[in-house]
Design a protein around this ligand. Structure first.
Ligand code: ADP
Ligand code: DP6
Ligand code: CO
Length: 325
């Protein structure tokens, strides 16, 4: 009744931004990501007959707030599958990723939790069944079940049975790299969940965002298949800008960007103008991820580290899917 799992974060190249069903987490659009080896969560779940409720430790500190509720609510779902409604667990999770800062801790966090909890209860799940359950902890997490490139199929059914991630290309398909440019590891003011809800409910740009997804997806999948860096980079960058544009149209309007976010974007553009191919993407937070190829690693690292306001640059390769320890 005890298991440990490790899951990596992923960076969306085509963003998930909008839910059509908030309670079971069904998205308004397909999304596509690259799993990263540089950031991960390791979680141990032990179910114990004597416990009266779940106990959750994150980074060796007991958690009792909304983060705890999110974990127990998700474990209720897994208890339901296992028909063990009153069996509670002790959970120990370590984030090798800043929590709630736009580095997708919810992705690695819920993928590791889902994998460890279902393994501890000896539920024999296929990867896509695991992805479907994981989706209900945090949408982006369903893609972290797989290494390399993965696409989350939004599905068309109301019960969510056809909404899960599928592998697009394994990590060894292409040595594409990502520099995570850290400006702030502070918790963001607007969570991904709250930010996308406000956008869906109020932004007049939201419909155009959703309409623009299918052609971006087709093109990026072609680019990944052909290992066409320019094509993948251009589409990912434009898709990110469209997503962030929707937040400016919301009521009240908001942005995840800081001034240094914009400086990093400008540096990436200048690198390109000087013949170094690089493209940026940004999740729900101020920090920027820069896509590059191995031969340009030194130049990329140097240029990004020199930007005032940048506190760290963490280089990452494509990562693997969920593993059990
Ligand atoms: P992020 O950009 O880090 O994904 P989100 O707002 O999407 O930010 O999600 C952050 C939330 O994810 C945290 O507040 C917490 O509720 C949850 N979370 C993060 N790490 C873990 C973990 N290791 N185990 C369980 N839940 C986690
Ligand atoms: C901008 O998966 O964190 O990073 O499903 O509410 O937990 P919830 O949200 P979350 O949203 C991620 C949004 C994004 C884009 C992406 O990862 O696709
Ligand atoms: Co998240």
């Amino acid at each position: 009744m005890k298991a440990t799992a490790k899951a990596h974060t992923n960076i969306a190249l085509i963003k998930y931004w909008g839910k059509r069903d908030e309670s079971i987490i069904l998205p308004t659009n397909n999304s596509l990501s690259l799993t990263l080896d540089g950031f991960y969560t390791q979680t141990t779940v032990e179910f114990k007959a004597e416990l009266k409720e779940d106990v959750f430790y994150l980074d060796n500190t007991i958690v009792t707030d909304g983060q705890y509720n999110r974990v127990t609510k998700f474990l209720d779902l897994i208890r339901g599958y296992a028909q063990k409604h009153t069996l509670f667990a002790e959970i120990h999770s370590i984030n090798k990723v800043p929590t709630a800062a736009g580095f997708a801790s919810s992705a690695s966090g819920f993928a590791a939790l889902a994998a460890a909890a279902t393994k501890a209860l000896d539920l024999k799940l296929s990867e896509h069944e695991l992805s479907r359950i994981t989706r209900q902890g945090s949408g982006s997490a369903c893609r972290s079940i797989y290494g390399g490139f993965a696409e989350w199929e939004k599905g068309i059914k109301e019960d969510g049975s056809d909404s899960y991630a599928i592998p697009i290309a394994p990590k060894d398909h292409w040595d594409i790299r990502v520099a995570a440019v850290v400006l702030s590891s502070k918790m963001k003011k607007v969570s991904s969940r709250e930010g996308m809800k406000r956008t869906v409910d109020t932004s007049p740009f939201f419909k155009s965002w959703v309409d623009s997804i299918p052609s971006d997806l087709d093109a990026i999948k072609q680019g990944i298949n052909d290992r066409n860096f320019e094509m993948v980079g251009k589409i990912a960058e434009a898709n990110c800008l469209k997503m962030h544009a929707t937040t400016l149209g919301a009521t009240p309007p908001f942005t995840y960007w800081h001034d240094t976010t914009v400086s990093v974007m400008q540096t990436v553009k200048q690198l390109r103008e000087h013949g170094v191919p690089a493209y940026f993407t940004i999740d729900a937070g101020p920090n920027v991820k820069v896509l590059y190829l191995p031969e340009n690693e030194e130049k990329i690292k140097k240029a990004l580290r020199e930007i005032p306001g940048v506190t760290d640059v963490i280089l990452s390769r494509a990562g693997q899917g969920v593993t059990y320890l």
